[in-house]
Design a protein around this ligand. Structure first.
Ligand code: ATP
Length: 199
């Protein structure tokens, strides 16, 4: 899977629109301590749907929005777009490029887009599921992540293998179908109660 570009605007230490383009080989990002290197991997994690503020090294979601400096006013929203190559149709879409965008306003409003079409977070999660790139994937290894993988519960470790084997999409859909069945059963009980009341 080829990550072509990342566009960051108003996210953490990037108030201005910043476009990073990646070659097909290895890319290394270097810079002094605190210059924003980890904020770039946070941006990738975030645009892929990360909801945990701890994973994003913040306290609340608003912390991802550029908070201002002595010289610059804070921004009203954060926006990140990730451009992925899809010429081999790894993603179930016709387009040869897939662009995923996430925008978050100080008001707490979130927006997600796939190729500029407005979508739900669920669609973003499904897009990445089983590609090895998902939020629960293992494509971004942060500091301390290896220790975490070695020490987590066996059920969590199994999830890592399920994602790699490409079955988590189906497990997810099965769980959703089971929840719907449960709700339907509950509705049936209620309807039967109503019917017996009327009889
Ligand atoms: P190190 O090499 O020490 O790990 P780094 O290059 O990875 O550093 P980051 O952790 O990515 O650096 O960036 C930290 C910087 O980002 C800090 O200066 C912090 O003030 C700034 N920063 C984080 N969130 C925001 C925000 N919401 N608004 C403005 N600046 C922010």
């Amino acid at each position: 899977l080829y990550l072509k570009a990342l566009e960051i605007q108003g996210f953490k230490s990037f108030p201005d629109k910043t476009v990073l383009t990646f070659g097909e080989d290895i890319t290394a990002i270097v810079g002094p301590n605190g210059s924003g290197k980890s904020n770039i991997s946070d941006a990738i994690r975030w645009v892929m749907g990360e909801q945990s503020t701890r994973a994003l090294r913040g306290g609340k979601m608003e912390d991802v929005i550029f908070g201002g400096t002595a010289k610059r006013k804070q921004t009203g929203y954060a926006e990140v777009s990730l451009v992925l190559d899809n010429t081999s149709h790894i993603f179930d879409m016709e387009e040869s490029e897939v662009m995923v965008t996430r925008r978050y306003y100080r008001s707490g409003e979130s927006e997600y887009y796939i190729n500029r079409r407005s979508v739900r977070l669920k669609d973003v999660n499904e897009l990445f599921m089983d590609t090895g790139l998902g939020r629960e994937g293992y494509s971004i290894i942060g500091q301390g992540k290896i220790d975490e993988i070695l020490s987590v519960k066996s059920a969590d470790r199994r999830e890592v293998f399920e994602e790699a084997a490409g079955i988590s999409r189906y497990r997810h859909r099965k769980e959703e179908a089971e929840r719907r069945l449960e709700r339907t059963d509950e509705n049936l009980v209620r309807i039967n109660d109503k019917i017996s009341e009327l009889e």
